[in-house]
Ligand binder design. Structure first.
Ligand code: ATP
Ligand code: MG
Length: 417
């Protein structure tokens, strides 16, 4: 019979590489905690409406990329394509707006998007993300960007570019949208079908379309940041000054609109030249209208999401340290028939003391046991034979150097714990 394979666009994280993920996840959590973020865990699926409203129904994500299905009760559900909508939903549902504000949350989740699988683009992928609710100060925008940079630099990554832009607020965007429509009107018939539907509702989205024709048309369009209101402009100036205080080099990339509808004012993307076509490792921005859009009282918000597969690809490409596989501290070999239960007691004691201990379960001879201990990379080994059981004296072998020292079982525990 043929084996069943994993679906295209999904990938296993195998035991031989999981240590890299554990290293990355642990480091990210350590850094995030310095900035006082609290972890939140949200469901994999939600009502489809949440994403239609939260991500925006003129976005590529909602229009083309969601895994949507009806459950047995006829409800339309969707596998989360991103984390922000779910986090806002939870924030409102659990009344976190009554907590001390700002509320600073982070998550590590899998996301699901029905996209064409290619390098750096999966159908199931992982994101680390943060969201902050309740603060509108550009000081926070800068801190969020600086935290993302802090994380990436901490891994030793070098080829990073911080791209920032402002896409204004609903007030300045309204005037801009009219201007943009005027520019786009002569090209209307050339736009892709999706963008035709965006023309009235959300013309800004057309500038983020991946179709070559729409991209070309968008090249000479009026630029949003040149048309933002005084308040948004001041916010952007303060952000730039703060970034200078953090010593963060940035470029103003006027073409960033971001793939999700809910952004206001600050948007940013961190790209890496170590990656191929999918070069954005981290993207985020301010979303001052989202909480209200999802049924709450108006409350500003800001966040970013970092693609973890892309982060690991970047780390591989730049050859930076990615942790080490965990290894057994000691392999306990047995010799003779009556030593197994003594070994069991000793191994239990080792593990009770927090030491990683491994043994033989295959009735192997001593030579084969030592070969196995070598294969799994055990740091030490000890052989328990009748003599050792009787006298309580044994030899602890350092598997790396090959050196042995006479010792007792209790001393081994003291040494390794
Ligand atoms: P892209 O322009 O690459 O399509 P996006 O704007 O759709 O990105 P976001 O929704 O901002 O991406 O998601 C944040 C991050 O998640 C991205 O910067 C990227 O690192 C990662 N990401 C997004 N989609 C995928 C995917 N299909 N596979 C792997 N990582 C992804
Ligand atoms: Mg995308």
């Amino acid at each position: 019979m043929k084996i069943i394979t994993a679906l295209k666009g999904t990938h296993d994280i195998l035991p031989g590489e999981v240590f890299k993920w554990q290293y990355v996840e642990k480091k990210i959590k350590e850094i995030t905690e310095k900035y006082r973020y609290e972890e939140i865990r949200i469901p994999v699926f939600e009502y489809t409406d949440l994403f239609a409203r939260g991500v925006g129904d003129t976005t590529d994500v909602v229009q083309k990329e969601m895994y949507t299905f009806d459950d047995k009760g006829g409800r339309s559900l969707t596998l989360r394509p991103e984390g922000t909508a779910g986090v806002v939903r939870s924030f409102l549902e659990h009344g976190m707006f009554a907590d001390a504000l700002p509320k600073k949350l982070f998550y590590m989740i899998t996301c699901y998007r029905n996209e064409k699988p290619q390098a750096g683009r999966y159908r199931e992928f992982r994101q680390f993300g943060v969201e902050v609710f309740g603060a509108k100060s550009p000081v926070l925008d800068a801190e969020i960007i600086s935290m993302a940079v802090d994380i990436l630099k901490n891994f030793g990554l070098k080829n990073l570019v911080v791209n920032i832009n402002s896409i204004g607020c609903p007030a300045c965007r309204k005037a801009y949208n009219d201007k943009l429509r005027e520019y786009l009107r002569p090209y209307y018939n050339e736009l892709c079908d999706t963008c035709k539907t965006r023309f009235e509702k959300n013309p800004l989205r057309i500038l983020d379309c991946k179709s070559d024709v729409c991209k070309k048309i968008g090249e000479n369009a009026p630029v949003l940041i040149d048309n933002i209101c005084d308040e948004c402009s001041e916010h952007f100036e303060k952000l730039k000054n703060e970034l200078k205080t953090y010593n963060i080099d940035y470029v103003i990339n006027k073409s960033i609109v971001r793939g999700l509808d809910y952004y206001t004012k600050t948007v940013f993307e961190i790209t890496s030249s170590s990656l191929g076509a999918q070069s954005t490792v981290c993207g985020g921005g301010r979303y001052d209208g989202l909480v209200e859009e999802l049924g709450g009282n108006p409350l500003p918000g800001i966040g970013f999401a970092m693609g973890l597969e892309r982060l690991l690809m970047c780390m591989e490409a730049e050859g930076v340290y990615m942790g080490e596989p965990s290894k057994a501290d000691i392999f306990v070999a047995t010799l003779g028939e009556n030593t197994a239960s003594y070994a069991t007691g000793f191994i239990k004691k080792l593990r009770d003391n927090g030491i990683c201990a491994e043994r033989d379960y295959m009735d192997r001879g001593l030579k084969a046991q030592m070969k196995y201990a070598n294969k799994i990379g055990a740091k030490y080994s000890v052989v328990i034979g009748d003599d050792e059981v009787q006298k309580g004296i044994c030899n602890l072998k350092n598997m790396e150097t090959g050196e042995s020292e006479a010792t007792t079982f209790d001393e081994i525990i003291e040494k390794l714990k």
